[in-house]
Design a protein around this ligand. Structure first.
Ligand code: PNW
Length: 469
């Protein structure tokens, strides 16, 4: 049976600046931590970098036209901090801001609603050299940057997102080190998590002050749908620990104004959390207009026993590193959830998305939800006639959109869905080897070819009707 989504539902695709723009040395842009990291041998597969990426900086108008042709009504993109404020301090570069103003104007001209993300992982390198997210000052620098962008684009952008996936920034960037800046210090990771939270709160305040009343402020998290391998007390405790480190470390302060007591206890051998100052929690609990949820795959955990593989050999789906992205949770083992996997090795399980939507509907009953990322990597290849067929991606999207619809029928207030990604791009530590796009990109010619999933998704966006698969 086909199902319908409500009129006004946002149907979009998503991207991030460093993954698509290229032009890393143009118009005064300076390096971000991802430029430094990708140019460090051994950090990114195949030595790939974002130097050229999919050249979106020079193909912006064509890319917006492509979206309009597909039929989507929204687009989630991020602003490159070092393109608009090169050192992370001081005055803005007008030409940097002009690029985003042009992008937004192109979108509005085609009736496409822009969702602007301020931070999708490209911290100006100079701020990392000064200490990065583990340092409190970075949160204040982020709020200044938010003010600059709001001043430049507040007349035409209504929907604002502070951070994308602070979990990845804190725990993959400073804990396991598989993301930039590649540091591997559990205490730095916890400090980073708090200062990302603080940066979110300060930036949200700055946006409210700067923007017209109709502006909407949000944050995109990547909550973990974490399950216990068995119902044993030890496995349930493993789930509790990972839920604290993956989810509640961000949502408790943002939604309720406190850090989870069990997290403070779990990590007390590492830190006393004295980097949390008096008013911080009041700043972080800033009333939001929506919560962005990014979802790909669930996790299964158990209490680690001698029979489990050592941490360095475990596949927790978060990249290979001998350093854990889970400070204070050495006693937890990760297991591959049952089911088919995408090319990332991530298990396909739409129930995880349903569960998260229901969880946050209950936890924050009046807060609308937006799925700001969902999608899958597959080894797409053009056929002899040049067309690209990706039935597995259509199946993945169909399964997850069915779960979204089911959650809405059960009361979740979901306002939109953003497919990751508009087009193939730089997949962080995996480089160009993993293709998430609805549109295929030939990296030699930069030619864009909509895959069959793009046509399928465009039809869905135009009609609001999810057909039988
Ligand atoms: C998200 N993990 O990244 C990002 O927001 C996108 O930029 C990215 O391209 C997309 O998902 C696909 O990976 C993640 O290890 C990277 O759990 C790693 C993880 C989660 C999300």
């Amino acid at each position: 049976m086909s199902v319908s989504f409500p009129p006004g539902f946002l149907w979009g695709t998503a991207t991030a600046a460093y993954q698509i723009e290229g032009a890393v040395r143009e118009d005064g842009r300076t390096p971000s931590i991802w430029d430094t990291f990708s140019h460090t041998p051994g950090k990114v597969e195949n030595g790939d970098t974002g130097d050229v990426a999919v050249d979106h900086f020079h193909r912006r108008t064509q890319d917006v036209r492509l979206m309009a042709e597909l039929g989507v009504n929204a687009y989630r993109f991020s602003v490159s901090w070092p393109r608009v404020q090169p050192t992370g301090r001081g005055p803005a570069v007008q030409r940097g801001l002009d690029f985003y103003r042009g992008l937004v104007d192109d979108l509005l001209e085609h009736g496409i609603t822009p969702l602007l993300t301020l931070y999708h992982w490209d911290l100006p390198q100079e701020l990392e050299t000064a200490g990065g997210w583990p340092e409190r000052d970075t949160a204040h620098r982020f709020a200044d940057y938010a003010r600059i962008v709001a001043e430049a684009l507040g007349d035409r952008v209504v929907r604002w997102t502070t951070l994308n996936e602070p979990w990845c920034s804190a725990f993959l960037g400073y804990g396991s080190g598989v993301h930039a800046p590649g540091r591997t210090d559990p205490v730095a990771a916890l400090r980073a998590a708090h200062h990302l939270n603080l940066g979110h709160g300060l930036a949200a305040q700055a946006l409210r002050t700067q923007l017209p009343a109709r502006a909407q402020v949000s944050v995109s998290i990547n909550p973990s749908a974490v399950r216990a391998r068995t119902e044993s007390p030890a496995d349930l405790d493993a789930r509790r620990r990972i839920d604290a480190l993956a989810n509640r470390v961000f949502t408790d302060p943002m939604l309720h104004g406190s850090y989870p007591a069990d997290l403070l206890t779990d990590t007390e051998r590492l830190t006393d959390w004295s980097f949390v100052h008096g008013d911080d929690l009041a700043v972080i609990r800033h009333p939001l207009d929506s919560l962005g949820i990014n979802y790909y795959s669930p996790s299964v955990v158990s209490s680690a026993t001698d029979s489990d593989a050592p941490a360095s050999e475990r596949n927790d789906g978060h990249g290979a590193s001998e350093h854990s992205p889970w400070p204070g949770a050495d006693s937890v083992a990760f297991h591959q959830p049952p089911g088919d996997v995408t090319e990332m090795g991530w298990t396909i399980d739409p129930t995880g998305l349903y569960d998260l939507l229901m969880r946050y509907s209950r936890e924050a009953p009046r807060l609308p939800l937006v799925i700001t990322e969902n999608g899958a990597a597959y080894p797409d290849k053009p056929a002899a006639d040049g067309s690209v067929h990706d039935p597995e991606r259509i199946r993945y999207l169909h399964g997850h959109l069915s779960a979204v619809h089911r959650a809405m029928a059960d009361g979740a207030d979901v306002r939109g869905y953003f497919l990751w990604s508009l087009m193939d791009n730089f997949e962080w530590a995996y480089g160009y080897g993993k293709r998430f796009g609805a549109v295929y990109v030939d990296y030699d010619t930069q030619a864009r070819t909509p895959k069959s999933s793009a046509r399928w998704y465009g039809e869905l966006a135009r009609t609001g009707v999810l057909p039988d698969c």
